[in-house]
Write a protein that binds this ligand. Structure first.
Ligand code: TYM
Length: 326
């Protein structure tokens, strides 16, 4: 069975972008692949985190995975910090990576822009991400568009290792949805939807109340004109709402275009809101049940145990090849 790995940082509220760009693919892939879905708490601390908030956010991300439909009987769900092979291979990958290639990472450039002191963790972040992926010999990595560059670096590091020390790592492929890979901000479709945007109206949090979701979508910026047409350069705001509707309803872009032909934006936006509510509301109900039930601890313990077994095998091979006495 081919292997899938991915992860999300517990650094605040998850958004509809995280759901459509990543979690939705996780739920689909669990039926056909051996899956590892982590909460990447070691990545979250590359920017300062309040300890209590980190704990709460880590539990929240894991509970949202389950609430969204990841079945712990099918997929391994765990915290990155519970499986030491990640940090250990992370160091080995750091020693294989070059300053120049890490400096080119756009996420690093964005997160460090204008800061007078930049944490080294933020800089070596992609080497840890490469380790996350390579330590299971992962075949496929479901991510949104913004992680593509990190994945390319992962592939380079895998190939570099294989050339230097002998064939070992699988060179992983990204798995990126056709339309939902980059859900944009509701107030400005030139920015990615992100929880770090100070305007809460610009993003939909997975745990936003249904009425808040309705309000945010009704206030979303629209392009001039009244035609519902998928055309990213000409109609970026409408195309973004269409991507959301398509991901949440299963309708194709063509079906959406013909459904709203001649109707203007009003009916369309209402249906976008209802489709999002129809996806998120049941997730929110299950989320509350999961948090109340206390089942999370056992799921995470079991997931970490399985991940520990799989990762320690590969880590041992890596160390042997690199010349450590094992
Ligand atoms: P993170 O936590 O920033 O985001 C988690 C996932 O959500 C996707 N995403 C989006 N997709 C579409 N539209 C958006 N607006 C949007 N915002 C976020 C991201 O592309 C990502 O897939 N470095 C990773 C975490 C990570 C990881 C890994 C991922 C660590 N190790 C190993 C894959 C494999 C990150 O910061 O994602």
């Amino acid at each position: 069975m081919k292997k899938v790995l991915s992860g999300i940082q517990p650094s605040g509220q998850l958004t509809l972008g995280n759901y459509i760009g990543a979690i939705k693919s996780y739920v689909e892939l669990q039926h056909t692949h051996e899956c590892y879905f982590m909460v990447v708490d070691l990545h979250a601390i590359t920017v300062p985190q309040e300890p209590e908030a980190l704990k709460e956010n880590s539990a929240a991300v894991a509970a949202l995975y389950l609430a969204a439909g990841i079945d712990p009987a099918k997929a391994n769900v765990y915290l990155q910090s519970h499986v030491p092979a990640h940090a250990e291979l992370g160091w080995l990958m750091t020693t294989l990576s070059y300053m120049g290639e890490l400096e080119r990472m756009t996420q690093f450039k964005d997160k460090s822009a204008g800061k007078s002191s930049i944490g080294t963790g933020l800089f070596v972040y992609p080497a840890l991400m490469a380790a996350d992926i390579l330590v299971y010999n992962t075949d496929l990595v479901p991510v949104g568009d913004d992680q593509k560059q990190h994945l390319e670096l992962t592939r380079d590091l895998a190939q570099r290792f294989n050339q230097r020390f002998g064939e070992l790592f699988t060179v992983p492929e990204p798995y990126i949805p056709q339309y939902g890979a980059r859900i944009m901000s509701l107030d400005d479709a030139s920015n990615k939807m992100s929880k770090s945007n100070p305007n809460a109206g610009s993003y939909i949090a997975m745990l936003d109340e249904p009425d808040v979701i309705r309000k945010k979508i009704s206030r979303a910026t629209t392009d001039s004109g009244r035609e519902v047409r998928f055309d990213r350069p000409e109609k970026p705001e409408i195309s973004n709402l269409m991507s959301i509707l398509s991901a949440c309803s299963g309708l194709t872009m063509q079906e959406i275009e013909s459904k709203y032909e001649g109707q203007g934006y009003g009916a369309f936006k209402k249906d976008v809101a209802e489709s999002v509510v129809s996806v998120l509301e049941p997730i929110q109900q299950r989320y509350r049940d999961i948090r109340r039930s206390g089942e999370l601890e056992e799921v995470l313990r079991h997931g970490a145990e399985k991940a520990q077994q799989a990762s320690s095998r590969v880590l041992r091979q890596v160390k042997e090849k690199m010349g450590f006495l094992v």
